[in-house]
Design a protein around this ligand. Sequence first.
Ligand code: LLP
Length: 397
Amino acid sequence: MDNSLIINLAEKYGTPLYITDLDIVEKNYRKIESSFKKYFNKLKIFYAMKANYNPFILKLLKSLGSGIDAASPYEFILAEKIGFNGKDISFAPPNASKEELNVASIYGVDTLILDSLDMLENSKGLRFKNYGVRINPSIEAGFSEKVMTGKAYSKFGVDISSFNKLIEKSKEIGIEINGLHAHIGSGILDEKPYSILIDKMTKIFDNLSKKDFIDIGGGFGYNYMTGEHIDTDKIASVINDKFPYDKELRIEPGRYLVVNASILISRVNGVKEIDGRKKYVQIDAGMNSLIRPALYNAFHRIKLLNENGDIEEKYDVVGPICESDDYIALDVRLKRPKVGDYIAILDVGAYGISMASNYNLRPIPAEVILKKNNVVGIRERDSLENIVGKYKGLDNL
Ligand code: LLP
């Protein structure tokens, strides 16, 4: 993205501002699809929309042939509004009430991924076309402990020793399980965990009386320092080595498709120096706009959009929230920023705006959507009225 275009957008829409380039999403989709299509003619891609539920991204991915991995009813309802059909949707909630499962069946969701015996019980009397069981394969993979969903004793999935119990129970209830699912972790940077996973999955797959699909989840990582994606050709190849069926392979990329498609633009409100040693750049985006650094100690590259002289110094880039952990980047080298300068935080397309909050009553940032360098849409910044207008009855007090 061109600097002057970015600065113009920041002046027009204000900051903090997410800018998303749909051409990058398209490129990422085509890449992961071609890696897997080489080996799997029955490939299905379900975009994990929790990474970024921006409707423009959903509409683009729909046009490219993607399906949706939904974690909540709100997600599949939005996806259907955008034009996805029930057959394009796999509902894989970490837990769900009977009412939520009922909503899924009313909306015609094709695939339900069962996370527990209770979810199986809760789905009694409902009908889905496909039932997968999410297993916990006991594999440690992911960029942080906090996202290792497939490690032993995590809250996710059915551990292998309980798997047969679930199959027995499903027979009693009259539900036929026809697929296996796993999602081991997020931000995986090499193919090895997938190779171990597919080994474990194929062993259990043979126990199913009906074998239609294996879903290996998402997790396809991105190197935030170099700006490179994991090599999906290698993942597809190791899975192919151990996948002896002519069955459907399903994948659920979230981060991979959107991570480098967005930047977050923020403005410098102050530069603070303590004893000539410690230096802070205070910007208007903090953990409320991008929580990944505070929550996972995650790294994001920072780019100063106004170049100021030659002297590079080390700064902590911090936000406007009343929390010590409210930072965006620590110890970064920048050329003396000054009040009013713009800063771009890179690679925030995944789990950026979708995890933003109104903490300190600050609005969730506005968004601008680009295609071929033209603005095709926006999401307005919240107003105070949007945020607090939901409290009713104050006059009664
Ligand atoms: N499938 C399931 C069932 C998932 O739970 C997830 C992500 C995905 C697919 C997509 O994973 P991905 O391809 O994006 O790695 N908030 C964290 C990431 C949490 C991921 C949660 N589940 C972050 O900011 O890095």
